[in-house]
Design a binder for this molecule. Structure first.
Ligand code: PEP
Ligand code: MN
Length: 641
C-alpha cells in the first residue's frame, strides 16, 4: 500500500506518522518523490486502508496489487539508473557488457578485454566461479580469476562483472569486482539473494531457466528489500519445448518489464541462443525492442574456449554488431556511444579538478526539449544540463565559463540548416568538439483524463506543425504556436484546460505529467536533428574523422573550384557545402563545409596550408568524430558463421 501525504504536512506530523506506523509494526519506507511525498508499506493487509486514511498527514492510500513492491513501477515511477564506476546503466545510452564466458588465463582475459573495449564495450564480463552442469567440466579459476578481472579493470578502465555462486564468496567479490552476477541457476537461491542485497554492490540478476517474470521480480525484491537498489535484470533465454536453440529468448520480457518495473533491462543473446550465428540478430532485435543493454560472450579463440565456445562471437563479429547497434539505437530514441567510457572518465577528472562541482552543459530551451535530450544522450547523467534562453546565450555561457560545454542544433534532415547557429559559430572563438544525431519523434499529449475528442487547441513549435501536417489535417484543431515543444507541454499542464493538447517529446510528457494520446505523429519518420557540442577544448581524445570549417573565397572565376580541388586531390570527402550571405557585404558569401578528415592532424598540414592560400578567410570550427574505424576485413573469411 502507498500512503500519499498531504502537501502541507509538517515535520512534527510526519514524525508522529512514522511513530504510528512503527507501533503497527509496519515495514515501510519513504518512496522517491513524485508530485507528492509518499510512503510505501510492504506488509500485506496489515490494517484496513481506512485506518491509514485517518492518520494525520495522510491524504489518501493507494493499493499495490503486485506481490513485489520496491521493484514495481507503481512505487518508483522513474526509471532507475544503476551506477557502475563512471557509467550509468539505463536511460538513453546503451550499455554493452562483453567478454569470455570464463576467465581462463591472464593473457586470455587481457587480450579479449583489449578487443572488446576497442569495439565499444562498456563493461567486461568473465566467470571465475562457473556453475557447470557437469562436475567434470572446467569450474573456473576462482579467486585467481577475480584477481585477473581486477587487473583488467586497472589496465583498461572497464568495470567488471562476474558471477557469485555462494554466500561464502561475498568478501572476495567485494574486494575484486564491480558488478555481482546472480546466474540463472541461482535466481531463487534466496540466501544468496539476501547476501548480495546486503553487499550493496550493483547486481546483475539473471532470469531462471524456468522463472516466470513475476518470480524473477520477486527475486529482485529480495535484493532491494535488503537495502540494495542497484539491480539490473538480465533475460538470458528460458527453457521451452524448442530444441533448435539452447534456450528460447523471451524478447517480450522487455516491454512487459518496462511496464512492471523501473529496473534496467539487459539481454543476453549468447546463453539464450547458444549458437554464434544467432547471437547478432537477437542482439539487434533486443535493442530495437528497447533493451537498456546487452551481455555478449566474445572469445578470440572460441574453438579453444573452456566453456561456451560455440556461442562466443569472434571479436570481429562483435565489432560489426556494435556498428549495427549504433545505427539501430537512435531509431528507438537511444544512443550507442563509442566515446562513453572515455568521456565519462574525462568528465569525472575535470569535475574533481574543479573541487567536485559538476561540469555543466548549456542548452537552449527547457527540460523536455530535444536540445535537452541531446544533452542527456551525449553526456548522460555525469554533466548538469543547464537551460538558457537563446542559442546565443549557449555560446555566451561557454565563453564566460558559466558552462563547460554547449549543445546546439545545427541541421534537421527534413528542414535543413539552422542558419542562426552557423552564424553564431562564426562569431565566437569556440570549437565544435563533438556531435550527436537524434531521431525527432513527436507525440500528442494532454492532461490525464482528457480524450482525443475533447481537444480544441494544439500548442507546439510552428516547425513541428509542419512536420506533423498529415496527422493534423485529419482533425479540425486550432494550432497555437509557442517558442518550443517543452513550453507547449508546460502550458498545457499549467492550464489544466481539457481542450488543450501539446505536441512534444516523451521526456516533456514525463516532465510535465502529461499523457500520450497519439505517438509518433510526424509525417516522415526519418526525421533526425544533428546537434554539435561546443567547448573551449576537446573533452576526450576519441576518434577524429570529421572537420567543420567556414571559408570565403576571392570574387574571381574558379575561386571556389580551386578550393574544392584541394579536397579532391587529397581524396578527402566533402559531406556538406552550404553558402551564407556575409553580413554587411551584399551578394558576397561564406561557405560552410564538413569534410571527412581530421584537418588538425599533422599529416594534413599541407592541405591546411593550401586552403589558407586559396581562401581569403578560413576558420576551422572544430575537428571531431564518434565512430571508431571499421574493424579490418582480413580474417573475416576464416569466421565460422
Ligand atoms: C554466464 O553468464 O556465463 C552464465 C553461466 O549465465 P547463465 O546463468 O545465464 O546460464
Ligand atoms: Mn557462458
Amino acid at each position: 500500500m502507498i500512503l500519499e501525504l498531504t502537501p502541507n504536512i509538517t515535520a512534527a506530523e510526519k514524525s508522529a506518522l512514522v511513530v504510528a506506523l512503527q507501533e503497527q509494526r509496519c515495514d515501510f519506507r519513504e518512496l522517491p518523490d513524485t508530485d507528492v511525498q509518499r510512503i510505501g508499506i510492504m506488509n500485506r493487509a496489515i490494517r484496513e486502508p481506512d485506518f491509514f486514511n485517518r492518520l494525520p498527514g495522510v491524504a489518501r492510500t493507494v493499493p499495490v496489487r503486485t506481490p513485489y513492491k520496491l521493484v514495481s513501477r507503481q512505487m518508483h515511477p522513474q526509471d532507475t539508473l544503476v551506477r557502475v564506476g563512471n557509467v550509468l546503466v539505463g536511460g538513453d545510452r546503451i550499455t554493452v557488457i562483453a567478454g569470455p564466458c570464463a576467465i581462463e588465463s591472464r593473457e586470455q582475459a587481457l587480450t579479449i578485454a583489449h578487443l572488446v573495449k576497442k569495439a565499444g564495450a562498456i563493461l567486461f564480463r568473465g566467470g571465475a566461479f562457473k556453475p557447470r552442469t557437469s562436475p567434470y567440466s572446467f569450474q573456473g579459476l576462482e579467486e585467481e580469476g577475480l584477481k585477473i578481472l581486477a587487473e583488467v579493470r586497472e589496465t583498461y578502465g572497464m568495470c567488471v562483472v562476474t558471477e557469485m555462486t555462494a554466500p561464502s564468496q561475498a568478501e572476495i567479490m567485494q574486494k575484486y569486482v564491480d558488478v555481482v552476477q546472480i546466474g540463472a541457476r541461482n535466481m531463487q537461491n534466496f540466501e544468496l539473494l539476501k547476501v548480495v542485497g546486503r553487499m550493496g554492490k550493483p547486481v546483475l540478476l539473471k532470469r531462471g531457466l524456468s522463472g516466470t517474470i513475476e518470480e524473477w521480480l520477486m527475486s529482485a525484491e529480495y535484493i532491494l528489500s535488503e537495502g540494495n537498489p542497484h539491480v539490473m535484470l538480465c533475460e538470458r533465454g528460458i527453457r521451452t519445448f524448442e530444441p533448435y536453440t539452447r534456450n528460447t529468448l523471451d524478447l517480450t520480457a522487455i516491454p512487459v518489464l518496462r511496464n512492471l518495473t523501473h529496473l534496467p533491462i539487459i539481454i543476453d543473446p549468447s546463453h539464450a541462443t547458444g549458437i554464434r550465428e544467432k547471437v547478432s540478430p537477437m542482439a539487434r532485435a533486443a535493442i530495437a525492442a528497447g533493451a537498456d543493454g546487452l551481455m555478449i560472450e566474445v572469445h578470440h579463440e572460441p574453438d579453444k574456449a573452456l566453456s561456451d565456445g560455440p556461442q562466443s562471437l569472434y571479436p570481429l563479429q562483435f565489432g560489426q554488431l556494435m556498428r549495427d547497434l549504433y545505427v539501430i539505437a537512435p531509431v528507438v530514441g537511444k544512443q550507442l556511444d563509442f566515446g562513453y567510457l572515455d568521456k565519462a572518465r574525462a568528465v569525472a577528472l575535470r569535475s574533481r579538478g574543479a573541487n567536485d562541482s559538476r561540469q555543466k552543459a548549456a542548452f537552449m530551451g527547457r527540460v523536455g526539449t530535444f536540445s535537452h535530450k541531446a544533452c542527456l544522450q551525449y553526456f548522460g547523467g555525469e554533466v548538469e544540463a543547464l537551460p538558457v534562453a537563446s542559442f546565443r546565450a549557449v555560446f555566451a555561457a561557454v565563453k564566460s565559463d558559466t558552462a563547460d560545454f554547449g549543445v546546439i542544433p545545427l541541421e534537421n534532415s527534413l528542414s535543413g540548416s539552422i542558419h542562426e547557429n552557423y552564424d553564431i559559430l562564426n562569431d565566437y572563438d569556440l570549437s565544435i568538439i563533438g556531435e550527436i544525431k537524434l531521431r525527432i519523434m513527436h507525440h500528442l499529449m494532454t492532461n490525464p483524463g482528457v480524450d482525443i475528442g475533447d481537444i480544441r487547441r494544439v500548442l507546439s513549435h510552428p516547425q513541428v506543425f509542419g512536420q506533423c501536417r498529415h496527422f493534423l489535417e485529419q482533425h479540425d484543431w486550432e494550432l497555437v504556436s509557442v517558442s518550443d515543444t517543452a513550453a507547449a507541454a508546460q502550458r498545457v499542464a499549467d492550464g489544466r484546460n481539457t481542450g488543450d493538447a501539446a505536441i512534444a517529446s516523451q521526456v516533456a510528457a514525463e516532465e510535465y505529467g502529461l499523457k500520450l494520446i497519439a505517438e509518433n505523429i510526424e509525417t516522415n519518420p526519418r526525421n533526425y536533428t544533428r546537434f554539435v557540442i561546443i567547448g573551449k577544448s576537446p573533452l576526450y581524445t576519441g576518434p577524429i574523422d570529421k572537420t567543420s570549417l567556414i571559408c570565403s573565397t576571392r570574387n574571381e572565376p574558379g575561386a571556389l573550384y580551386e578550393t574544392l580541388k584541394i579536397f579532391a586531390e587529397n581524396r578527402i570527402n566533402l559531406i556538406k557545402l552550404e553558402s551564407r550571405p556575409i553580413q554587411g557585404e551584399p551578394w558576397r558569401y561564406m561557405f560552410y563545409m564538413d569534410i571527412e578528415a581530421d584537418l588538425g592532424a599533422d599529416a594534413l598540414k599541407p592541405v591546411r596550408k593550401k586552403l589558407e592560400q586559396k581562401t581569403d578567410y578560413l576558420k576551422i570550427l572544430g575537428t571531431y568524430g564518434e565512430v571508431p574505424e571499421a574493424p579490418p576485413g582480413e580474417g573475416a573469411e576464416s569466421l565460422q558463421v
